[in-house]
Design a protein around this ligand. Structure first.
Ligand code: PBG
Length: 327
C-alpha cells in the first residue's frame, strides 16, 4: 500500500468523504461545565484572565447552567467562594454553604442537569492551601477527615457526584466510606487522580480566590515531569473506589490521558484548565488565531487522546457551536 497505488488524499477530497472516515467526534454530551458560586444575588463578575467566565450568585448560576444545559451540556461542576475563610476552611461543609445552596437550587430548577461538586478546601481556607496546616505544610490525615465531611455535605444537599481535587493520600477511600455509611452509596466519585502542580491553574486561582498565601502545592500535587507515577496514582484511586478518573491539566498531559485510557477500564475525564482557556481567549482577542477553530481543535485532541469526559470552560460555547453545525 504505497504511493502511487495508495493516495491518502483520495479520502480527503470533500467534506462528506472526510466526515465518513473521521475517527473522533466531539459531542456536547462529553462536556462538564465548571461554575463559580459566590454569595449574594445579581452577581455576575467576570474573571479578568478568563473572558466569558464569571463568579455567579445563585440566581445567575442557575441562569448560566440553564443556558449551557439548553445547548446540550449534561453536567456542571461547582466551585464555591465562601463568605468567610478560616484556617480549616470550616464553611466547606456547612449545610447552608454557598455550594450546598447552589446544589439545591440547581436540582430544583434543572432536575435533569447532573450536578457535580469539586471537593477541596483551598477556596475555603484563609491561607489558600488545600488542607489544614501543621508545621508549615498541609497535614494529610486531618485534611482527609474534613474532605470526607465536605463530600458528605454535598451529597446531603443533593449532589449527583463528588470530585475530590485536593490530592491528599487516601481521600477517595475516606469519601467513599463516608458516603456509603450515610446512605449515599449511589453517589459516584470522580477522582482528580493524576493532578499536576501546574502553572496552568493561574487564572482559576483568581476566579476561586484560592492563591496559596505561602509556598506552593508541590508537596501534594504531582511533578509535571512524571508519567509512571500517574499510573500509580490512578491505580490507588481505583482501588479506593473511584468511579471516574481524571487527568489534569489536559493539553500538556495528552500522553498521560492516553496512558491512563490504555491501562485502565474506567471512564477517563480530562480537565481543560483555566490557563489553557485563557491562552486561547487572549490569542483570539489579539487576532492571532481563529479562536473557534482553536477551541474545537483542542477539545478534539483531548478526546482523541482518550478522554471520555472533558471539563472545560468552553463547554457552553462549544456545545452551541456543535449544535449550530448540526453535529
Ligand atoms: C482546587 C482546584 C484547582 C483547580 C480545580 N480544582 C486549583 C488548584 O489546584 O490550584 C484548577 C482548575 C483550573 O485551573 O481551571 N484544588
Amino acid at each position: 500500500m504505497y504511493y502511487p497505488v495508495y493516495r491518502p488524499r483520495r479520502l480527503r477530497r470533500t467534506e462528506a468523504l472526510r466526515g465518513m472516515v473521521r475517527e473522533t467526534e466531539l459531542n456536547a454530551r462529553d462536556f462538564i461545565y465548571p461554575l463559580f458560586a459566590v454569595p449574594g444575588s445579581g452577581v455576575r463578575k467576570e474573571v479578568g484572565a478568563m473572558p466569558g467566565v464569571h463568579q455567579l450568585s445563585q440566581d445567575e448560576l442557575v441562569r448560566e447552567a440553564a443556558a449551557a444545559h439548553a445547548v446540550g451540556v449534561p453536567a456542571v461542576i461547582l466551585f464555591g467562594i465562601p463568605e468567610h475563610k478560616d484556617e480549616t476552611g470550616s464553611e466547606a461543609s456547612r449545610p447552608d454553604g454557598v455550594v450546598q445552596r447552589a446544589i439545591e437550587a440547581l436540582k430544583r430548577e434543572l432536575p435533569s442537569l447532573v450536578v457535580i461538586t469539586d471537593v477541596c478546601l483551598c477556596e475555603y481556607t484563609s491561607h489558600g492551601h488545600c488542607g489544614v496546616i501543621e508545621g508549615g505544610d498541609v497535614a494529610n490525615d486531618p485534611t482527609v477527615k474534613l474532605l470526607a465531611a465536605e463530600a458528605l455535605s454535598h451529597a446531603r444537599a443533593g449532589a449527583d457526584m463528588v470530585a475530590p481535587s485536593d490530592m491528599m493520600d487516601g481521600r477517595v477511600g475516606a469519601i467513599r466510606r463516608a458516603l456509603d455509611e450515610h446512605g449515599f452509596a449511589q453517589v459516584p466519585v470522580m477522582a482528580y487522580a493524576a493532578k499536576y502542580a501546574s502553572a496552568f491553574y493561574g487564572p482559576f486561582r483568581e476566579a476561586a480566590e484560592s492563591t496559596p498565601q505561602f509556598g506552593d502545592r508541590r508537596t501534594y500535587q504531582m511533578d509535571p515531569a512524571n508519567a509512571i507515577e500517574a499510573l500509580r496514582e490512578v491505580r490507588l484511586d481505583i482501588e479506593e473506589g473511584a468511579d471516574i478518573v481524571m487527568v489534569k491539566p489536559a493539553l500538556s498531559y495528552l500522553d498521560i490521558i492516553s496512558d491512563v485510557k490504555t491501562e485502565f477500564d474506567l471512564p477517563v475525564a480530562a480537565y481543560n484548565v483555566s490557563g489553557e482557556y485563557a491562552m486561547v481567549k487572549a490569542a483570539a482577542a489579539n487576532g492571532w488565531v481563529d479562536g473557534e477553530r482553536l477551541m474545537l481543535e483542542i477539545l478534539t485532541s483531548i478526546k482523541r487522546a482518550g478522554a471520555d469526559l472533558i471539563l472545560t470552560y468552553h463547554a457552553k460555547e462549544a456545545a452551541a457551536l456543535l449544535r449550530a453545525r448540526g453535529a
